[in-house]
Design a protein around this ligand. Sequence first.
Ligand SMILES: [Zn+2]
Ligand SMILES: [Zn+2]
Length: 386
Amino acid sequence: MAFARHLFALLLLLAACSGRAAPLKPLSVYFFDVGQGDAALIVSPSGKTVLIDAGPPEADERLAPRVRELVQGPLDLVILTHPHLDHLGGMVRILQTVGARRFMDPGFDHPSEAYRKLLEVVGRDVGQVMTPTPNPNNPEAPLTIGLGEGTSLSIFWPRVPQQPFLKDTRSDPNSNSIVARLSHGGTSFLFTGDAEPETEAALLARSVDLRATVLKVAHHGGRYSSTAPFLAAVRPQAAVISCGAGNEYGHPTAEALQRLGAQGARVLRTDRDGEVLAVSDGDRVTFTTRKGNTPPLVVSGGPAGPSTPLAPSVDVPPRTAPSKTEHTAPPPAGTGPTRYVGLKGSKVFHREDCATLRRSKTQGRTIYTDRDAALRERRPSEDCKP
Ligand SMILES: [Zn+2]
Ligand SMILES: [Zn+2]
């Protein structure tokens, strides 16, 4: 017993010295490669599973077996963010082959054959049907669903009956998409379905904390969504866009990509990267991608942190199975974009917030605002790995 107590004390001391809380059990979020559509699976640290959307009909045959591989027993919850075909196409098969204990959709009426068929299957096969209605005893707070071990999912939109559905927007089904935030320790994920600017404005008008480490970009990177004020409130470190290669809508649009870039978010895209897996230890989120076109990366959590751009990292060769390489995210350093610094007489460059620089002379420094420019003249320093 004495030994166990000493060990415990030592572990506490180590956690305190490292300046970080001990990592939590991992939370995984899979952003499936479904072509032009959305489908994501949450697997909580205690094994609770939530599927958010189920891709377009074309992905139907591939998606159900993939979800089956990852989920034993029925899904704890299936969320349909809104009744468009690129989000519900694979849902009936998943309900029939994997099963679900609970189903939630916005409750927004939509006169399509596919949605009617889905509701039929839901009514027959799913135990409980939920709406995102806030708790009447605390109507200002979002409906929050516990996923065990402190992980939870809060539904920010819609808020019927406290607030009516948005009407006369570019697309009312999109505008009333379920918007939900998943929290795990100091990290969080914001799922936005196909939210429109009106949805973003409605959320901004409320005093909800929208900050998130990872943003599932609204409407496949469409040009109207992901407005600058919304992104400034979310302050994502990383953004995942689910869209099909060469899709006819031109998703993701240059406008949305530009706004995400201006916010300093690293973008991952299912059309280029294939399936994207994000794993959170409560402190940091590590991304691995199926195709590996985007370098694997780690973003620090703590939604309160400034939106510091991540360290660009080296290209990795394409691979067939997800692999993992860790690049430690830079510590928060002001709100501007990361700059790089070369010291006079040295062939390397550092991240501006590198500890080595703080001990070096300030004269004769070369400042680079872009890493590529620095790379043309110098190599990355070993200590801060810019
Ligand atoms: Zn969509
Ligand atoms: Zn839609």
